[in-house]
Design a protein around this ligand. Structure first.
Ligand SMILES: [Zn+2]
Length: 457
């Protein structure tokens, strides 16, 4: 199968220009003005934006959490992602404390085998670091193509490792060419505030927010940054939400240290005023919680300053019925919200169309930087000769309204209900196959492949 995309506004992280793109099989073969190829299919992209497929490096599909499972599996999750222009996701494997990384890997391989429509990889969450884990970390990098290791500074007794384990893990990961990523919040402080609020009878979703103030994230981000500096390990802070945490990273630049920062679309476009209602606020119960307007401004500035490198989702959907588990107690509300489908359109609308960011910056944030940081560039994350033909064609002027009635995620509410966005994903190619066209998905579960990742240079 060959495809010729004609006359589109092609954008990479480095530049944008008008060109044709020619694809054969799964790869991009040629890029240039007025290409003279006879293709099986020609797409007229005049007036459209042509970008590399989105990479969402922070999703949770079919994940066990708080006594239930996130409601999108590899099929529904990657399918919804494609509708919004995300052609690849990186999911998180969770090691069970007391068990091995390999057992966890096998569990996630079963969840994903034959089910994904888009491509995928895994981060390995290390929740129990010991001598055996250290050996397995090396095997993950060398044998399995899993080069990033997630850590939690919160959720004691379930996911958290202590600072001693963190430093030892960083040393092993550094010596073997990997990256340590982190959920950076001070778990002890948060646990004490949750306990205090519950004992006072403060059980509404608002108290989820009030139990995780900015300082808990700023403190942990600074501590993680210092431990990276001490060990020389490469690091990445996931879902950074606030000015205080960003300032910790900014401070580190003064000693010429680079710490990679991801934020998520919700922290750019939603704020904590959504918690000022009764149980409906449970829709946005996630950790860290939504923050203030001033934090949104700090994050947009951090993007343009080059401090925030990736906009992900932390997609972890639950149905409204699942959220009822916390009807009488905010601490029992499953944490997470659905966003995998709308990350790119929301960022395009709020970022590019509102002149907060340029089109190349949009590509950097949604695709290229994730590909580079996680060992997939230049196969993924750019429109370049020899790259995978994961390509998204956006109509930049078309408006539409987000609603649970029309979205493709397996959940019955939307955190963005009624949001009007300008810029619509119209066509998506997934390794050279037309995956989305005319609002229909044309590929089947099993098309998506596991992507082995390179060491982090
Ligand atoms: Zn997450």
């Amino acid at each position: 199968m060959s495809i010729l995309i004609k006359n589109g506004h092609v954008a990479n992280a480095s530049e944008d220009y008008t060109a044709d793109v020619y694809i054969e099989g799964e790869k991009i073969i040629a890029i240039g003005a007025n290409l003279n190829y006879k293709a099986d299919k020609t797409i007229d992209a005049t007036g459209k934006v042509v970008i590399p497929g989105g990479i969402d490096p922070h999703v949770h599909l079919d994940m066990p959490f708080m006594g239930t499972f996130s409601s999108d599996d590899y099929t529904t999750g990657t399918r919804a992602a494609l509708f919004g222009g995300t052609t690849m996701v990186i999911d998180f494997i969770l090691q069970t404390q007391g068990d091995s990384l390999y057992n966890a890997l096998r569990t996630w391989q079963k969840k994903s085998a034959g089910k994904a429509l888009g491509d995928y990889s895994y981060h390995m969450a290390v929740t129990d670091f010991n001598d055996n884990t250290a050996k397995e970390v090396v095997d993950m990098i060398e044998k399995e193509g899993i080069t990033s290791f997630k850590t939690f500074m919160a959720y004691k007794g379930a996911l958290m490792i202590d600072d001693g384990q963190m430093v030892q893990l960083m040393k092993v990961v550094k010596d073997n060419g990997g990256m340590v990523t982190v959920h950076a919040t001070n778990g002890d402080m948060i646990d004490s505030m949750i306990a205090k609020n519950r004992s006072l009878g403060n059980r509404a979703p608002l108290y989820h927010y009030l139990s995780q103030p900015e300082v808990t994230e700023a403190e942990a981000s600074a501590r993680f940054t210092d431990m990276l500096n001490y060990t020389g390990c490469k690091g990445y802070i996931v879902h950074l939400t606030c000015e205080g945490a960003l300032n910790a990273v900014r401070e580190a630049t003064k000693r010429n240290q680079t710490v990679n920062v991801e934020t998520c679309i919700q922290y750019l476009v939603l704020d904590a005023s959504l918690y000022q209602q009764d149980f409906d606020g449970a829709k946005w119960v996630m950790s860290p919680p939504l923050r203030e307007k001033k934090d949104q401004e700090a994050l947009w500035a951090g993007i343009n300053q080059g401090l925030v490198k990736v906009v992900a989702t932390d997609h972890c959907p639950f149905t409204w019925e699942q959220k009822q588990m916390g009807k009488d107690d905010f601490s029992k509300i499953p944490n997470g919200h659905p966003a995998i489908e709308h990350r790119m359109e929301l960022l395009f609308s709020e970022g590019v169309n509102k002149n907060r960011i340029t089109l190349p910056k949009f590509v950097e944030l949604t695709s290229t930087n994730a590909a580079k940081l996680f060992g997939m560039y230049p196969r993924k994350g750019n429109i370049g000769i020899g790259a995978d033909a994961d390509i998204v064609i956006i109509n930049p002027k078309k408006t539409h309204v987000i609603s649970a009635k029309t979205h493709n995620m397996n959940t019955d509410y939307s955190g963005y209900e009624g949001f009007e966005v300008t810029g619509k994903t119209e066509t998506v190619l997934m390794r050279g196959k037309v995956a989305i066209e005319n609002d229909k998905c044309l590929i089947e579960p099993g098309y998506g492949q596991f992507v082995r990742r390179s060491k982090v240079s």
